[in-house]
Ligand binder design. Structure first.
Ligand SMILES: Nc1nc2c(ncn2[C@@H]2O[C@H](COP(=O)(O)OP(=O)(O)O)[C@@H](O)[C@H]2O)c(=O)[nH]1
Ligand SMILES: [Mg+2]
Length: 184
């Protein structure tokens, strides 16, 4: 039972190739900001906020993980711990799509308990440079039994919907852990 000092803790992890826009999506959602310049994430960057849904308070923890091979060992730990996983690719970069496709299959195979998964095509503002169609993204999501959404961290398109979907699906699907509020 949650006490007034404890909260349900909802943990989300972002997975995606370097430069797919993970940090930008988190920055847009938490701070409503966007940086044009690329500043690589080092290791693991946790973001946290208190949210309330249907009269219940939750501590939302979002792990933004560096997208290169060196940090891959951490991705496994984070996805095992997470209630919800955002698989992020850049619609203007086919490699980033193949990257999340292989991560999605790994998560399906290796994960001990069932996860809430969202496949996210970012940078949909760059329509002229698109390399991955909406239908391909949707097909990947369907094959992983995941929801699909296209977003833009640059112009905010669908960013709040993306978090609403993953938060409500993760709350609906998981027995969330209780977390001491002093840690949030
Ligand atoms: N046009 C456009 N550029 C974006 C978008 N999201 C991120 N970027 C740019 O892509 C680069 C990489 O973004 P970043 O969030 O650091 O990627 P990360 O390595 O996955 O965390 C940065 O230069 C961002 O400004 C987007 O939605 N649209
Ligand atoms: Mg980053």
């Amino acid at each position: 039972m949650a006490t007034s000092k404890s909260l349900f803790c909802l943990k989300l992890t972002l997975i995606g190739e370097a430069k797919s826009g993970k940090t930008s999506i988190v920055n847009r959602f938490f701070n409503d900001q966007f940086e044009e310049a690329y500043d690589p994430t080092f290791g693991l960057s946790p973001n946290k906020e208190l949210i309330e849904r249907n009269g219940t308070k939750y501590g939302l923890l979002v792990w933004d993980i560096a997208g290169n091979k060196f940090w891959e060992f951490m991705i496994r730990d984070c996805f095992e711990e997470a209630h919800g996983i955002l698989l992020i690719y850049d619609v203007t970069n086919r490699n980033s799509f193949l990257h999340v496709s292989s991560w999605g299959k790994r998560i399906e195979k290796e994960s001990k308990n069932r996860k809430t998964l969202l496949v996210v095509g970012n940078k949909c503002d760059l329509e002229k440079e698109r390399e991955v169609s909406f239908d391909e993204g949707k097909q990947l999501a369907d094959s992983l039994d995941a929801t699909f959404i296209e977003v833009s961290a640059q112009n905010s398109h669908n960013i709040s919907s993306l978090f609403e979907i993953i938060i409500s699906q993760a709350i609906g699907m998981n027995k969330l852990s209780i977390f001491e509020s002093s840690l949030i």
